[in-house]
Design a protein around this ligand. Structure first.
Ligand code: GUN
Ligand code: ZN
Length: 453
C-alpha cells in the first residue's frame, strides 16, 4: 500500500499507530501455495487506526513521516499483527463442557450437551458463561464468531449484551428445536420461529450484532419448523442461517429415516428454504459430488471443525474436494465439541486431517480461511478480514517466539510461510499477545510467556 492512502490525519479525532511486522491477505492463496500476491506482508510495518477503522497500512519507513504528533505510536517490533480470527461455528453455552467423553455425537448430545444447555433458562447463568466465552475467544485471537445460543430467548440477549459490552462483531441466534430433545429444551414450531423473529428485529444490525436463524439440525426440527424457518430466512435475506450438516454417520441415517423424500441431508435444507449464500453449515463431512455442487451453486458456507470431528470421531473433512468444487471453506473451533478455543490449535488439527486425507494444506490457506476467506464466505468482507482502509480495525498481535519451543524454531524460519506454519502447528493462545476490536484493546496476555534463553 502506498503512502498516498493516508488521508489528512490532522482531521482525525482519535488515532493510534502500531509498528510491527504486519500481514494480511488480499486474495485466496489457493491450495497449491502458488499465488504469492495473495499475502501482503510488511516486515517493518505500520498500521494506522482511527475511530475504530483502518486508516492505512504499509511500510513504517513510508508512513511514519506523515504521522501527526497526536497519534500515539506503539512499538511492537518483534511481533506480527494480523486481522483477528473468524470462527464460523461455535456454541457459547458449551464453554464449560469441553472434553466431555462420549462414544460419538448422539450420545454426547444426550449425556452432556442437553443437560448443560438446560441451565441457560437462567439469564444470570447465561450472562456469566457468555462473558467467560468471549474472554476465551479474545485470549485466542478470535474477534468474530458465528455462535449458537440455546433454545431460551434470554440466552441470546445475554450473549449479545456481553458482545456489545466489548464492541465485538458477532453472529448469533436462538436455537430452534421442537422435537427429539428433552422436553425442557423444546420450543414449538410456530412460537420458536416467532421468538427468533423478535430477537432478529431486536438485535440484527444493533451496533455490531448480526443475527442467524438457527435450527439446531434437521433431526431436532419438525418439517413444519424447518418450513417456517425457511420462510423467515426468505423474509429477512440479510440475516444468516446456521445449522449442522452431515457430521456423523448415525445422524445421517436418522435424517434419511426422518426425511425419506429428500435425496440427501443437504437436500433437506435446500427443500425447506434454508440453503442460501448466508447459510453456515457446520461439519459437512459426509457429502457427495451432488451435494458439493449444490452447496457451490448456492454459495453456502462450510465450517470445517477439525478438532471437534477428531474428538467425536465424526470423520475427516475433505478440504480438497470442497475447495475444488468451489465451495466456501472456513475454519471453526466448535466449542464444545472441539477441545480448545484456539484457532491456532484448530489449524493444527485441520492440517492433520488434510494429511490423513492425502492433501497438503499450506499455512497460507489456513490463515486465509481464518481471516479474509471467512469474511468473504460470510459476505462480510466489506467490513472485516484484512486491513483495507475503511475496514473495522479488529486485529491481533502474535509473538512468534512466545514459548521456548517457538523461540528456537522461529530462529530457524526462513520465510513468512514458515513462521505461519510453525505458529499453526506449535502455537496456541500463548502466542496471542493482545487482541483489539474496533481499534480498542480487549485482551492483553497478563504474563507474556516470552522465552528468556
Ligand atoms: N449437532 C447438533 N447439535 C450439535 C452440537 O451441539 N454440537 C455438534 N458438534 N454437533 C451437533
Ligand atoms: Zn455445532
Amino acid at each position: 500500500m502506498s503512502s498516498m492512502l493516508v488521508p489528512d490525519l490532522t482531521q482525525t479525532a482519535s488515532c493510534s499507530a502500531f509498528r510491527a511486522g504486519i500481514l494480511h491477505f488480499l486474495h485466496d492463496p489457493g491450495l497449491a501455495e502458488q499465488d504469492s500476491r495473495a499475502l501482503q506482508a510488511f516486515s517493518d510495518g505500520l498500521l494506522l487506526v482511527a475511530d475504530g477503522k483502518v486508516l492505512a497500512v504499509g511500510d513504517y519507513a513510508s508512513l511514519a513521516p506523515q504521522l501527526p504528533a497526536h497519534c500515539a505510536l506503539q512499538d511492537l517490533r518483534g511481533y506480527w499483527i494480523m486481522p483477528g480470527f473468524i470462527d464460523t461455528h461455535s456454541h457459547y453455552p458449551q464453554s464449560e463442557m469441553l472434553a466431555s467423553p462420549a462414544p460419538g455425537l448422539l450420545p454426547w448430545l444426550e449425556r452432556y450437551t442437553f443437560p448443560t444447555e438446560r441451565q441457560f433458562a437462567d439469564p444470570r447463568h447465561a450472562r456469566r458463561v457468555a462473558d467467560f466465552y468471549l474472554q476465551q475467544l479474545l485470549a485466542s485471537g478470535i474477534t468474530t464468531a458465528a455462535v449458537y445460543c440455546t433454545v431460551h430467548p434470554a440466552s441470546v440477549d445475554a450473549f449479545f449484551e456481553a458482545a456489545q459490552a466489548r464492541n465485538l462483531r458477532m453472529i448469533a441466534g436462538k436455537v430452534l428445536m421442537d422435537r427429539h430433545a428433552p422436553d425442557f429444551l423444546l420450543d414449538a414450531a410456530q412460537s420458536g420461529v416467532e421468538q427468533s423473529e423478535a430477537l432478529l428485529q431486536k438485535w440484527h444490525g444493533k451496533g455490531r450484532a448480526l443475527y442467524a436463524i438457527t435450527p439446531r439440525f434437521a433431526p431436532t426440527s419438525s418439517p413444519a419448523q424447518l418450513q417456517l424457518a425457511g420462510e423467515l430466512a426468505a423474509r429477512y435475506p440479510h440475516v444468516w442461517v446456521q445449522t449442522h450438516l452431515a457430521e456423523n454417520r448415525d445422524e445421517i441415517a436418522w435424517v434419511q429415516e426422518l426425511f425419506p423424500h429428500c435425496r440427501s441431508y443437504t437436500d433437506v435444507y435446500a427443500r425447506y428454504g434454508l440453503l442460501n449464500q448466508r447459510s453456515i453449515l457446520g461439519h459437512a463431512i459426509w457429502l457427495d459430488a451432488n451435494d458439493r455442487s449444490l452447496l457451490a451453486e448456492r454459495q453456502a458456507i462450510l465450517s470445517h471443525c477439525p478438532s471437534s470431528n477428531l474428538f467425536l470421531g465424526s470423520g475427516l473433512y475433505d478440504v480438497q474436494a470442497t475447495l475444488q468444487a468451489g465451495v466456501h471453506t472456513t475454519l471453526a473451533c466448535d466449542v464444545g465439541g472441539g477441545s480448545a478455543f484456539s484457532m491456532l490449535r484448530t489449524m493444527h488439527d485441520a492440517y492433520t486431517v488434510a494429511r490423513l486425507s492425502g492433501c497438503y494444506l499450506p499455512a497460507l490457506q489456513m490463515f486465509y480461511q481464518a481471516t479474509l476467506g471467512a469474511a468473504r464466505a460470510l459476505k462480510l468482507d466489506h467490513l472485516l478480514g484484512n486491513f483495507t482502509p475503511g475496514k473495522e480495525a479488529d486485529f491481533i498481535v502474535l509473538n512468534p517466539a512466545a514459548t521456548p519451543l517457538l523461540h528456537n524454531r522461529h530462529a530457524r524460519c526462513q520465510s513468512i510461510e514458515e513462521i505461519l506454519f510453525m505458529l499453526a502447528l506449535l502455537g496456541d493462545e500463548r502466542a496471542v499477545v493482545s487482541t483489539w476490536a474496533a481499534g480498542v484493546l480487549r485482551h492483553q496476555q497478563s504474563a507474556p510467556a516470552l522465552a528468556s534463553l
